[in-house]
Design a binder for this molecule. Structure first.
Ligand code: NAP
Length: 283
């Protein structure tokens, strides 16, 4: 292996310790940052995600509320809960776990969250703020990727970054964050004509597709930084990313593993956003 591993677990531990310290400072002043997590339905993966988010709040000393509702909840009922949380002064961050049942318009629900409490960074106001470089909440997964680059002291100025995937929650905001740090950014997607021709030009590659082996060793320039956002299962049912880790680790300069890479950073950045929301509310 030539690539150095960027350890998302270790970086998360370090960042969560810093969050805990800032939370303790706020609590000493009588203010506890609070996150509300709303889950509708009984999607097993969502149940694991929300439990992990609530646990992270507990571990960092934050207040958390987990609201669980049956899949039969109506859109109007959910919008009413969001409205109540918008007006609850003990809550600084609101997260509605996606996906929502098909009869609920997820976009309408996200837009109902106050941008001041949009710690997932999915609101159009948050996306707009990122686009124009104004303060707002950055979506947690690409934000975590930026922290990983920062942790290795990587200077993006003038570098060529290729983002594979253009979703609203990962690919597009990732591209904007890299651009903001003066990288030259190419965004690839399912209609990109020659993905390998693009990735071979890249100093930094972020793979956010959701398909195994989208990035293989022959597609990577020696020494490139490879961040793997994907979460997939291999034939043995084991968690794996979008990157052929065993091949790419011999070519890349840095690489994130799956599991233990970008995954833990996502919840960590949710804690960071919730803390910052509480700090902003006091400012
Ligand atoms: P998504 O909404 O399904 O978007 C996938 C993107 O990949 C789309 O833009 C799609 O292009 C593109 N794509 C599909 N096949 C491709 C191909 N063969 N070559 C190039 N691009 C291709 O997924 P997402 O929500 O962004 O998530 C992406 C992956 O990250 C998933 O595995 C998800 O589980 C994982 N994820 C992980 C975390 C974490 O915490 N680690 C958080 C969020 C997501 P089109 O736009 O043309 O369809």
């Amino acid at each position: 292996m030539t690539a150095q591993l960027i350890d998302g677990n270790a970086l998360s531990r370090q960042l969560r310790t810093e969050v805990s310290e800032r939370v303790a400072t706020l609590r000493a002043q009588g203010h506890t940052p609070g996150l509300a997590v709303v889950l509708v339905g009984d999607n097993p993966a969502s149940q694991v995600y929300v439990r992990n988010k609530v646990k992270a709040c507990h571990d960092t000393g934050m207040h958390s509320v987990l609201e669980q509702y049956p899949a039969s909840m109506t859109e109007a009922e959910l919008l009413a809960r969001v409205d109540a949380l918008n007006n609850d002064p003990t809550i600084h961050g609101i997260l509605v776990q996606l996906p929502l049942p098909a009869h609920i318009d997820a976009h309408k629900v996200i837009e109902a969250i106050s941008p001041a409490k949009d710690v997932d960074g999915f609101h159009v106001a948050s996306a707009g703020a990122l686009m124009v470089g104004q303060p707002g909440f950055w979506p947690c997964t690409p934000y975590g990727c930026m922290k990983m680059l920062e942790s290795i002291g990587y200077d993006l100025r003038g570098k060529h970054a290729v983002v594979i995937g253009r979703s609203n929650i990962v690919g597009k905001p990732m591209a904007m964050m890299l651009l903001q740090q003066d990288a030259t950014v190419t965004v690839c997607h399912s209609r990109t004509a020659d993905l390998k021709a693009q990735t071979l030009q890249a100093d930094v590659i972020v793979a956010a597709v959701g398909k195994r082996n989208v990035l293989t060793a022959d597609m990577v320039k020696p020494g490139a930084v490879v961040l793997d956002v994907g979460m997939n299962r291999n034939d043995a049912g084991k968690l794996c990313g979008d990157v052929d880790f065993d091949g790419v680790k011999d070519v890349a300069g840095y690489i994130t593993p799956v599991p233990g890479g970008v995954g833990p950073m996502t919840i960590t950045m949710l804690m960071v956003n919730t803390l910052e929301s509480a700090e902003r509310a006091l400012a």
